[in-house]
Design a protein around this ligand. Sequence first.
Ligand code: ADP
Ligand code: ADP
Length: 226
Amino acid sequence: EGKVTISDLDKVYGTGAERTKAIDNLSHEVPSGEFLSVVGPSGCGKSTLLYLIAGFLDESEGTITVDGDPISGPGTDRGVVFQDYALFPWRTVMGNVTYGLEQKGMNKEEQQTRAQRFIDMMDLDGFEDKYPKELSGGMKQRVSLARTLAYDPKILLMDEPFGALDQPLRELLQEQLLDIWRDLNKTVIFITHDVEEAVYLSERVMVMTRHPGTKKESFEIDLDRS
Ligand code: ADP
Ligand code: ADP
């Protein structure tokens, strides 16, 4: 559950002089349950890749499958966590975390019970009735993670999720994420421009590079963790 297969993927933005090939013939398989980090300089196509997998963007060529099924648009099998949290400002912590469960049509009582479990997991108990503007950055990102985890995606897609946090908070959230990954057995695709963060967190690191023009290469480093 949660295997992502990317085959001969191209993504082109614009046309003519404006044409940018953000992803050039990328093939890669992310096995079920793997924690993959994607690193590379700004503009190399990391976010584009993540949003293609999320189904927010359409590919120009190639396919992306999840457990063998081609994706078509966003789906609750894939949960996305953004650097800027993307919380609903008019909803409380509880309201943010129940959002995806409402969409799934779960009844109110089940929603609350399930949401509470993930609120507690993210050490947010006592903050259920707070609004995002009343929370620190670290707490907002924990709400965002709770919201995403609550609807039980097989795959967590994270776009520089800790990029806006200071170092102690970053390390705390890194630990929490690793605990979640181990306990809940999710596939994680984690974008960062911080190579140290990538190496610290992941089993495997995909490096995307940017060349003048449109050429791009990627390769992976397998880390010996024994
Ligand atoms: P990264 O996340 O690694 O910084 P991006 O995926 O954001 O890279 O961008 C890859 C390339 O695609 C860059 O050259 C960027 O300018 C271009 N690009 C990204 N989004 C768009 C867009 N909506 N329209 C046109 N070009 C875009
Ligand atoms: P250095 O001392 O070489 O600067 P650090 O140990 O400070 O390296 O950090 C390297 C990276 O790994 C950072 O992104 C940091 O957040 C992460 N990191 C290192 N050790 C830990 C730890 N014990 N807990 C959480 N994150 C850590």
